[in-house]
Design a protein around this ligand. Sequence first.
Ligand SMILES: NC(=O)C1=CN([C@@H]2O[C@H](COP(=O)(O)OP(=O)(O)OC[C@H]3O[C@@H](n4cnc5c(N)ncnc54)[C@H](OP(=O)(O)O)[C@@H]3O)[C@@H](O)[C@H]2O)C=CC1
Ligand SMILES: CC(=O)C(=O)O
Ligand SMILES: [Mg+2]
Length: 595
Amino acid sequence: MSKKITIVENIAKSHYLNQATSTTSALRDQLQITGLLPAAVESFDLQKKRALVQLRAKSTDLEKYIFLAWLRNTNVRLFYRLVIEELEEITPLIYTPTVGTACLEYSHIYPFLAPPGVPDGLFISLDDRANLKNIIKSYKPYPFDESLTPQIAVITDGSRILGLGDLGVNGMGIPVGKLQLYVAGAGIDPRRTLPITLDLGTNNEHNLKDEFYLGLRRKRASDEEASFRIYALFFSFLDDVIKSLIELYPELLIQFEDFSSEHAFELLHRYRNNTFCFNDDIQGTGAVILSGFINAVRLTKKDIPPKEHRILFFGAGSAAVGVAKQLLDFFQFEQGMTEEDAKKLLWLVDTKGLVTLDRGDKLAPHKIYFARKDNEGHQCKTLTEAIDYVKPTALIGLSSQGGIFTEEILKKLARLNKNPIIFPLSNPMDNAECTFEQAMKATNNQVIFASGTMFPSYTEPETGRVRYPGQGNNMYIFPGLGLGALLAKPRIITDKQIYKSASALAYSLNDEEIALDMLYPKLTRIRHVSAEVASAVIIQIVEEGLARDETVISLVKNDLEVLKTCKGPQWENLVKFVEENMWDHGREKFFECKI
Ligand SMILES: NC(=O)C1=CN([C@@H]2O[C@H](COP(=O)(O)OP(=O)(O)OC[C@H]3O[C@@H](n4cnc5c(N)ncnc54)[C@H](OP(=O)(O)O)[C@@H]3O)[C@@H](O)[C@H]2O)C=CC1
Ligand SMILES: CC(=O)C(=O)O
Ligand SMILES: [Mg+2]
């Protein structure tokens, strides 16, 4: 009885239980809200229809973003019903590309995002350092149930938001957007997600001068001011935040997101062996692009033996090095190559040209491993020179330099290869190194293509055939990886778990997708795909002896060898188990909530 009363009281107060115009007359009377709503009692279907009409009536994508943010903060279930059922339409609005615009404008649109009582996410500023635990505890988007502690935190310091640079606290849109994809893509309970933006100042002059900018109005402290870099303010603050988070929520999975490369690698190195965490830009991106590459290798196999690929990265930051590392593993694990031979298939270009050991500058630590030493004095200063020298079969853009893959560059790739692999992966859309249309036209429709932000389809003028681009975005990996890890409960995320997430994604294509030469599965299948990714991760965690969940262990342990084939009834059973553990917006249960 008392539980029921609590639910009744909470329906009136909670953006999660809110039924708005669907509240029955009896319940309206009980809640004493009868006069606060118009007379009609609508079905959830009709509510969704109205929300879609309102959404589509907005004239810009930013207005749509604001509308969706308002909906999320007032009616969680309706919001997620919309996202899940209209995924292809809504993903570009809550994620890249529109989230990029929303981040640029965040301080300007903020009042519309967070009505009183519903925080957009957790802001932790340097000035809060003495009070970290209280601040973290204060984030309770669903205060009515103490058992709903956070399971996943996506944490950024806003220093490299997509390809847009240092946006300071305006970067909050990214952890918020990533966690929405966790809910939509892998059925993580939205009440158990924790978006965090750390405020260590910003070096963005535009923001510092903007009267509406909402973060600390000061520059970031330079690491060089510390006597030892590892003790710099940045790392000691991060240590305090992570420690407080773990003390409060020992089972929390932490996803590092959009930290500048200057800190991203060191952060991962610092926490990966003692904390339940991963870096999405290094590891998630590495896995998703490996997956697309595995399918590209399959498509080109009759013309190029896998070991003869030559892969040129334009960009040598956290994402490029993360992808290079995964490809290196692929050539070693699947193609039987030695580490040294595999490394020779990979070249990186940065602002100073081809990354080589002899080029005369001090390389950032993350570039040294892949820096070439066999270039025999060749110093390619430009991308064109690097292409002429390397003769790549695959060109991967992770540079944030929109349009840099010019027609001339694309044509060069087409001359070198029957089916050039061209992945302009930088985000948001304006930062993509080329568009799908440009790549199709310049390669006589022969390109094998994936971009970080989804491009429109392209109709071949000669044949009328409609061609669809792939979307190589870590959103295909992190939801399933996170879900698998939460279910199996290891204490750390290992490289092998990441690798298995990539191969599971690659092999998740169904017959129709394979027949269409797709590199990634359709977005509309994301929940099932995430369940497969999660299952592969779970199997790996059990194999490593790291699983701590008894149900998962008993489900996997005895069938480990057969499960590793990712086929057969045991595999289907595991995938089903994962799917059954996904949160659902509960359209039926919701309206049966009769008090
Ligand atoms: N599709 C996806 O899933 C993902 C996409 N990304 C995208 O990847 C991009 C890069 O991210 P990240 O690696 O973290 O960023 P970084 O800033 O760490 O790396 C950017 C790299 O590009 C190089 N670069 C920049 N401008 C030029 C230029 N004019 N000529 C040559 N090289 C250049 C930089 O060189 P230097 O080192 O000399 O400064 C650097 O190596 C972003 O746009 C991001 O949105 C990231 C993660 C996932
Ligand atoms: C997709 C992503 O994580 C990025 O662009 O940073
Ligand atoms: Mg990112």
